[in-house]
Ligand binder design. Sequence first.
Ligand code: ZN
Length: 203
Amino acid sequence: MKIICIGRNYTAHIEELENERPKEPVVFIKPDSSLLPKEQDFYIPDFTRDVHYEVEVLVKICKVGKHINEHFAYKYYEEVGLGIDFTARDLQSELKNKGLPWEKAKGFDGSAIIGKWLPKSNFKDLNNLSFSLLKNNELVQEGNTSFMLWKIDELIAYISKFFTLKKGDIIFTGTPAGVGQIVANDYLSGKLEGQELFSVNIK
Ligand code: ZN
């Protein structure tokens, strides 16, 4: 199983990190070891002093595909979810400045939170899903998939030009504005269309 992540897919988040608006989706991969096992606490690793949360809508691939046409992309996923792409922002900035790959800052153990999956048929329009992240029960991030620069089906078409998608692969579709730091004893929970899909304690 691989986790494919999209960076810079919401304009307001691009602006808050003072990044350039990309001409094509920004793609990176987290290894399967980045998945935080269900019900486990997240421990801030000792190589960073600035871990950020990024809440993102997730899509689970249900069959193998390569060079998937955007118009048939909907056949390659049955379930959607919500998760967090934890990022060691200090390390990422250092790597970005040196022009080096981000993996250490984005793919470390426990950096992928994956919540409960829901059938996509539960929703009328996947391009109009509201989602949010609460930190210590206060709203910190709020987004809607209608504001994505590239929609789910476009992302699947784009990603599958480079990587064969396999059953069980997970796509993180990018974070909206409002990313921020976590510290020990924080409690995060995420909602998709008002339904809580995950919660995690920070240690
Ligand atoms: Zn992200």
